[in-house]
Design a protein. Sequence first.
Length: 159
Amino acid sequence: MGNSIKRTTLMVRDMERALEFYCDVLGATIWFDRPFTLDGNGLPIGKKGDKLRLAIVKFEDDQIGMIGLMEFLEPRIPAPDVTYDLGYGRPVFVVVPEDAQDIYDRATERGFRTRGEPKTWSTTGAQGETKHFLSTFLWDADGHFFECNQVTRIESAGQ
């Protein structure tokens, strides 16, 4: 058995706002949510005695694709300004939604930033097929970028 990435954990400024994005916009459910006191031996940030809150949200799979959300409570760690640029050290999270338009609508209703209305586009897949998508692009409250690609149709190679 090889290695698997089970979860990515993101530092957040405001846990409640983060949970609003991941649960109310993207449709995740809370799998785990509790405070911690650091022992000083694990994370390369903070120090022994610092208090934080870790929430883990999950989507359809119970084992993979989870996202951890970590907020430092005491002391508060100063956060840089939120930027909406992509570049090195700025991951793109790719979501396969059932309804990209619904994600866009929920995001805009709650004041999250998007790259505009959902758009349709097509590309050639790994097996030579043509995949058609309806996609929306948005950021969470901390500037993490999400590409939400709803597959609307697949044409076999040579069609």
